[in-house]
Design a protein around this ligand. Structure first.
Ligand SMILES: [Ca+2]
Ligand SMILES: [Ca+2]
Ligand SMILES: [Ca+2]
Length: 171
């Protein structure tokens, strides 16, 4: 193999490696709950678990709607009717409702006792916990304004030290 060819191959392998790394990074970012951002406003994917529970269509999710919605959601997610959710069943349900198999809180978040099964109780407690988190004024109703958050600052970047700031100004 000529030296020239070896060099080309090395570059090709390095480039492929870098592409794989960056692809991996965006994959991981998708697992963090970044939410949908528009005009400095963000909606977390976990909010999508609750929006479909607004059965009377008044854009408010009340506690009774959460309770009924949780029962219906568990039934829908429990594809093989075993009475508990496997990691595959839960991730498929998460993908359908929240757009990603690993949408938070994820299987670990649901499976409180870590026995690889999500029971109706664990499922209900997790969704109830989400409901409480969203219900900022604790009035037992989650409204859209409680699901939307205003970002206080842009994507996190390491703070530039005064030296770096000076360098940036120079270029
Ligand atoms: Ca409602
Ligand atoms: Ca469990
Ligand atoms: Ca509320």
């Amino acid at each position: 193999m000529s030296r020239h060819l070896i060099l080309i191959l090395t570059i090709a392998v390095t480039t492929a490696g870098l592409a794989a790394c960056s692809g991996d990074r965006s994959h991981k970012t998708g697992h963090r709950e970044m939410g949908m951002m528009e005009g400095g406003l963000i909606v977390r994917p976990s909010a999508l678990y609750l929006v479909g529970m607004d059965t009377d269509g008044d854009f408010r999710i009340e506690r009774a709607e959460l309770d009924a919605g949780t029962v219906a959601a568990f039934k829908a997610a429990d594809a093989n009717r075993s009475g508990f959710l496997t990691p595959v069943e839960l991730s498929e349900w998460s993908e359908t409702l929240a757009g990603d198999r690993y949408a938070p809180p994820g299987f670990i978040g649901f499976d409180a006792n870590a026995d690889q099964k999500v029971t109706p109780e664990e499922f209900g407690e997790t969704l109830g916990g989400l409901f409480k988190q969203f219900d900022r004024n604790a009035d037992g109703v989650v409204i859209r304004a409680e699901m939307v958050e205003r970002l206080k600052r842009g994507p996190r970047r390491p703070r530039a030290t005064p030296d770096v700031q000076r360098q940036r100004q120079r270029y």
